[in-house]
Write a protein that binds this ligand. Structure first.
Ligand SMILES: *[C@@H]1O[C@H](CO)[C@@H](O)[C@H](O)[C@H]1NC(C)=O
Ligand SMILES: *[C@@H]1O[C@H](CO)[C@@H](O)[C@H](O)[C@H]1NC(C)=O
Ligand SMILES: *[C@@H]1O[C@H](CO)[C@@H](O)[C@H](O)[C@H]1NC(C)=O
Length: 419
């Protein structure tokens, strides 16, 4: 059937796959969904707080809202449970089990419920002996637990790093990735590895990207501006050049969206949405979708801002420069376009004015005469700009200006000039 050289070629293709990054076909754009942790934490009191405890009601209510209120159709598809879902002990066969009172119908039922609504189920475990909340960890059970999740129909695993030896992680996390792969079920793999090994030591992000679809690398998000701003500053500094490994299949994860919760002003909610878009971050809402205010919902559903985040090129945006507390970020998009953000970190009472020259934004003017610039939140056209033309923007305190710039073909410009 095959001649010898074809055979050798075929065999070497099978033996020598140079694996540069994880290839499970998932997360080609930043994953989107909902995660219970930041808003609902480890609330296990279903007797006194049945609507807000970590149990099947909260997850099913959330799935209902995601399907009915436009979130799923905007791209938010994972409904992800964080810590505190388990029974305190494994079962007699050593298998993980959901808390029987809070999840009376078990995890397979919940996965079916999600799938019936074209949603996906995410689950949580920990690489160490116990989870951060003290539930059974996966250490010594990696293979069994991967199979349990696959049997339940789970679509995503967040693997935390509490109660574990940091030095084991560079072997342990890839091992769990191997077992997830072996189940044959595509399971998005979210790692917490660099968040635990990162401080001080140099982090090998290329190695992490070989095993994980996304990974946390900084402190947990809290419901405050200080938290959001701190995360943005870390991503602006970009230690160990972690931005460089982001791309289809692999994403840096600055943690959940807290839009619609209690701690952010309206301007600050726009900052989180805009900056998470520029940073090509996974978008996991952590908010009560049953009671969210309409303006926060509309912000989470903003199509133009989501399109920046979900751009198929998958480049993580970076900070170009800072002028005091004002910082300019850009993200290259497909079709030689760009997203541009100007963030005002200052909390002084009055808005800041700034004049931008597109030549300074490192837009590629090679073969491009001008860019057509549109404000991203409301879609307002701002005009057509050559490299030298100036755009004046006004940015509110702890606020953001966000725009998309699309190259204008020369023929369209001539048409405009001839008007
Ligand atoms: C999912 O849909 C199937 C087919 O309609 C149905 O039989 C099953 O009960 C549903 N499962 C859940 C958990 O909603
Ligand atoms: C397992 O890994 C191989 C090689 O990277 C990949 O082609 C395959 O899609 C993966 N399967 C799953 C289920 O992740
Ligand atoms: C510029 O973009 C706006 C949308 O913001 C669009 O309406 C307009 O047609 C574009 N102009 C050119 C010349 O491409």
């Amino acid at each position: 059937m095959f001649d010898a050289s074809t055979l050798i070629w075929l065999v070497s293709c099978m033996l020598l796959p140079v694996i540069n990054s994880l290839d499970n076909g998932l997360a080609r754009t930043p994953p989107m969904g909902w995660m219970d942790w930041e808003r609902f934490r480890c609330n296990i009191d279903c007797k006194n707080d049945p609507d807000n405890c970590i149990g099947e009601k909260l997850l099913m209510d959330t799935a209902d809202r995601m399907a009915a209120d436009g979130y799923r159709d905007a791209g938010y598809r994972y409904v992800s449970i964080d810590d505190c879902w388990m029974a305190k002990q494994r079962d007699a066969n050593g298998k993980l089990q959901a808390d029987p009172e809070r999840f009376p119908r078990g995890m397979k039922f919940l996965a079916d419920y999600m799938h019936n609504k074209s949603l996906l189920l995410g689950i949580y475990e920990d690489f160490g002996t116990r989870t951060c909340g003290g539930y059974p960890g996966s250490e010594f059970f990696l293979s069994d637990d991967a199979q349990t999740f696959a049997d339940w129909g789970v679509d995503m695993l967040k693997l935390d790093g509490c109660n574990a030896d940091k030095t084991d992680m560079s072997v342990g996390y890839p091992t769990m990735g191997f077992f997830l792969n072996k189940t044959g079920r595509p399971i998005l793999y979210s790692c917490s590895w660099p968040a635990y090994t990162g401080s001080g030591a140099k982090t090998d992000y290329k190695l992490i990207a070989k095993s994980c679809n996304m990974w946390r690398n900084y402190a947990d998000v809290e419901d405050s501006w200080a938290s959001i701003y701190g995360i943005i500053q870390y991503y602006g500094k970009n230690p160990d050049n972690f931005a460089a490994v982001a791309g289809p299949g692999n994403w840096n994860d600055p943690d959940q969206l807290i839009i619609g919760d209690f701690g952010l002003s309206w301007e600050q909610q726009r900052v989180q949405m805009g900056m998470w878009a520029i940073m090509a971050s996974p978008l996991f809402m952590s908010v009560d979708l049953r009671t969210i205010k309409p303006e926060s919902r509309d912000l989470l559903l903003n199509k133009r801002v989501i399109a920046i985040n979900q751009d198929p090129l998958g480049v993580q945006g970076s900070r170009l420069y800072q002028l005091g507390k004002v910082e300019v970020w850009t993200k290259p998009l497909q079709k030689k376009s760009y997203a541009l953000a100007v963030l005002n970190g200052d909390n002084k009472g009055t808005p800041t004015k700034m004049t931008l020259t597109f030549g300074e934004t490192r837009f590629d003017f090679n073969g491009v005469y001008a860019y057509n610039v549109t404000e991203a939140f409301d879609g307002k056209p701002l005009g057509i700009f050559s490299a030298k033309e100036k755009l004046q923007v006004t940015i509110n305190p702890t606020g953001i200006f966000l725009a998309v710039a699309v190259p204008v073909p020369k023929k369209d410009l001539e048409h405009l000039w001839n008007k």
